[in-house]
Structure formats: structure tokens, C-alpha cells
Unconditional design. Structure first.
Length: 117
């Protein structure tokens, strides 16, 4: 079940990136970049938005010190950051925390059963 969920999650994130790359919104005011980052942030909520916020601060810091990153590169790197944060959150940290909570609950249940035979 987890493998299927991982595949669906990765497929959705890639679909969002590919849709943004097709440039369906090719007008002067392209907003697909924002939609792409918002959806990837939503897939990895809340870690995706935290990662995207940190990446935005990094871009502002670099721009302030004279390093200009093209907007298309910002969108791709933002997608990578949002994807990585969301993937690590949902498929590494959450299962790890679940394992810790299950072990703790088992230990408490065993202690309670040992005290009241």
C-alpha cells in the first residue's frame, strides 16, 4: 500500500512539473510557475511550504548580494526543494514517528499488563 501511495505521490508531483513545462499559459503574465510551486507545496504540506519558504529567503539573500537567478531556474529548484521536503516528510519522517509511537504504546501496554495480572 505504501509503495502505491509513493508512486501516486511522485506521479502527481511529476505531472505538475510537466504541466508547468508545457507552458500552457504562455502569455506575458505566466502564472504556471506559481501554480506549480503551490501544488507541490500542497502535496508536501506543511514541510513543502517550509522548504519553499526557506528557498525563497535564500533567493532573496542571493539577489541582495548580486547573484541573479533566472525565474525559470527558481521554478525548477523550487519544485525540487518542495518535492524533496514533501517526500522526506511523508515517506521518511512520518513512518519513523509512527514506529516510535507504536513501540511506546506497546511498551506502555506491556507495563500495564504486568502491573495488573
Amino acid at each position: 500500500m505504501i509503495r502505491i501511495l509513493k508512486l501516486v505521490w511522485v506521479a502527481l508531483a511529476l505531472l505538475v512539473l510537466l504541466t508547468g513545462n508545457l507552458k500552457l499559459d504562455a502569455g506575458a503574465n505566466r502564472d504556471w510557475d506559481l501554480v506549480t510551486l503551490a501544488v507541490v507545496g500542497f502535496l508536501g504540506f506543511p514541510g513543502g511550504y517550509v522548504g519553499l519558504g526557506a528557498f525563497g529567503w535564500l533567493c532573496l539573500f542571493l539577489r541582495r548580494h548580486g547573484v541573479e537567478i533566472p525565474a525559470s531556474h527558481q521554478m525548477y529548484w523550487g519544485w525540487v526543494v518542495g518535492f524533496a521536503c514533501g517526500y522526506v516528510q511523508w515517506f521518511v519522517v512520518v513512518p519513523w514517528l509512527g514506529q516510535i509511537i507504536r513501540k511506546s504504546a506497546r511498551r506502555r501496554f506491556a507495563d500495564r499488563c504486568a502491573l495488573h495480572p
